[in-house]
Design a protein around this ligand. Structure first.
Ligand SMILES: Cc1ncc(C[n+]2csc(CCOP(=O)(O)OP(=O)(O)O)c2C)c(N)n1
Ligand SMILES: [Mg+2]
Length: 424
């Protein structure tokens, strides 16, 4: 018997299945994208109630205009030296990504993930936060480590899982863990860092400390339950935490519509939780800096958490294992109307008379050399394949328990015996 027998005069139910606007081969038209002019978003007082500026969760905080001028109430008025440093760290992040992507293609590592087009998100945060604030990043915030001056060689050692890898090859390449740089271990399990960041922030407040926490996840990751429990705890206890959502519009091959982007913004998630919400042009480093600084000041003065959506675009594949030409139009990236974060800060510095093409080209060359030298140094510690014995086999059983339990001791001994028998 048909399920709806007896109710034939009712229309059958149907589901809405989101479909991205452009597929491979389609020409791209962004004309229906609403991009408010730079400088048009108001900047609420630090102690304003979250419900008094809901509109900021639906618009876009932008500072850099089309000519490269910094305009409006969010313009942070940073010294040219600092702006040049930020430009350099974004360019260094990109140079690092280029080199490591190639290293994967050369078989020196099994995996790499670039953050091309999203460099401003992490680099700006590194400047707007204090050095000892605690970061709980996802896998595309390598710009935090680079801007905090962490050793490129140490990062590469982890990518190569070589003898210098402090994590002894136990983590997927790029899943760094750097306590000394306030950079929490990256987890491959999406969004676990969200409740951890909120918990850390709550502990900081409970202990009467002054340090705040910041965390990042992709727009796709907001669909995880962890995102929502973290928001509830952050809201209820007004935890001193900044919750960043990097909306690069793709989650591997799933477009942002599958995480809810067709219905509302990701910043609007804040509204339901009574959290301060901001939607920011993620390719405008001055806007990201200003929003983060504002959110950090709120957190530090016990005004509670802020959720910041960084509206950006993932200019390249998800990872070295991905081929975006299979599922999206090649023109999406080149036509993206908010441009490239490095080009936009460069344009600003040139407009200020503080930078020029020659200096930019010289910087790019120098950074490529810096990264090359670091890679050579790291490769002395070994690379993938040449180093199946980079770390002794038995090390895989270590560092989990303070004292190795009997069953692991047994398994380890059995493994070593079998290897000996096999002549390994
Ligand atoms: C809990 C969990 N589910 C699924 C995956 C597989 N996965 C890895 S990355 C990814 C896409 C995440 O997209 P998004 O959150 O938008 O971040 P982006 O990669 O765009 O920076 C998925 C589904 C995972 N690692 N963990
Ligand atoms: Mg994404």
């Amino acid at each position: 018997m048909a399920q709806n027998e007896g109710r034939r005069n009712l229309r059958s139910l149907e589901l809405h299945v989101p479909e991205p606007k452009f597929r491979p081969g389609d020409s791209v038209d962004y004309s229906d994208l609403v991009i408010p002019p730079a400088g048009s978003a108001p900047r609420p007082d630090i102690d304003a109630r979250p419900d008094s500026f809901h509109e900021l969760a639906y618009s876009l905080v932008r500072v850099l205009d089309e000519k490269g001028n910094a305009v409006g109430p969010w313009a942070p008025r940073l010294a040219p030296d600092l702006l040049r440093e930020m430009l350099r760290n974004m360019a260094l992040t990109r140079a690092f990504d280029e080199r490591m992507f190639r290293a994967q293609r050369q078989g020196k590592t099994s995996f790499y993930m670039k953050c091309t087009g999203e460099e401003a998100v992490a680099v700006a945060a590194a400047y707007a936060l204090d050095r000892d604030d605690m970061c709980f990043p996802a896998y595309r915030q390598q710009g935090l480590l680079i801007s905090r001056g962490w050793s490129l060689v140490d990062m590469m050692n982890q990518i190569y899982s070589n003898k210098g890898d402090r994590l002894k090859g136990k983590q997927l390449p790029i899943m760094y863990s750097v306590k000394d740089a306030g950079f929490f271990s990256i987890s491959g399990n999406l969004t676990t860092q969200y409740p951890q960041a909120v918990g850390w922030a709550m502990a900081s407040a409970a202990k009467g400390d002054t340090r705040i926490a910041a965390t990042w996840c992709g727009e796709g990751s907001t669909a995880e339950g962890d995102f929502h429990s973290a928001c509830t705890f952050a809201s209820v206890y007004r935890a001193p935490v900044i919750l960043n959502v990097v909306n690069n519009q793709w989650a591997i091959s799933s477009f942002s519509g599958f995480a809810g982007a067709e219905s509302t913004t990701f910043a609007a998630r804040a509204v339901g939780y009574g959290i301060a919400g901001l939607r920011v042009d993620g390719n405008d480093i001055l806007a990201v800096y200003a929003a983060t600084e504002w959110a950090a000041e709120r957190a530090r003065t016990n005004q509670g958490p802020t959720l910041i959506e960084h509206f950006t675009y993932r200019a390249e594949g998800h990872s070295t294992s991905d081929d975006p030409s299979q599922y999206r139009s090649a023109d999406e990236s080149s036509e993206w109307p908010l441009g490239d974060p490095i080009a936009r800060l460069k344009q600003h510095l040139v407009a200020l008379g503080e930078w020029d093409e020659e200096r930019h080209a010289a910087m790019d060359l120098e950074l490529a050399e810096t990264v090359k030298a670091a890679a050579k140094e790291s490769e002395k510690n070994g690379i993938l394949g040449h180093g199946l014995n980079n770390h002794p086999f038995e090390s895989m059983f270590e560092d989990v328990f303070e004292e190795m339990p009997w069953h692991l001791r047994e398994q380890c001994a059995q493994m070593l015996e079998e290897q000996k028998a096999a002549g390994l």
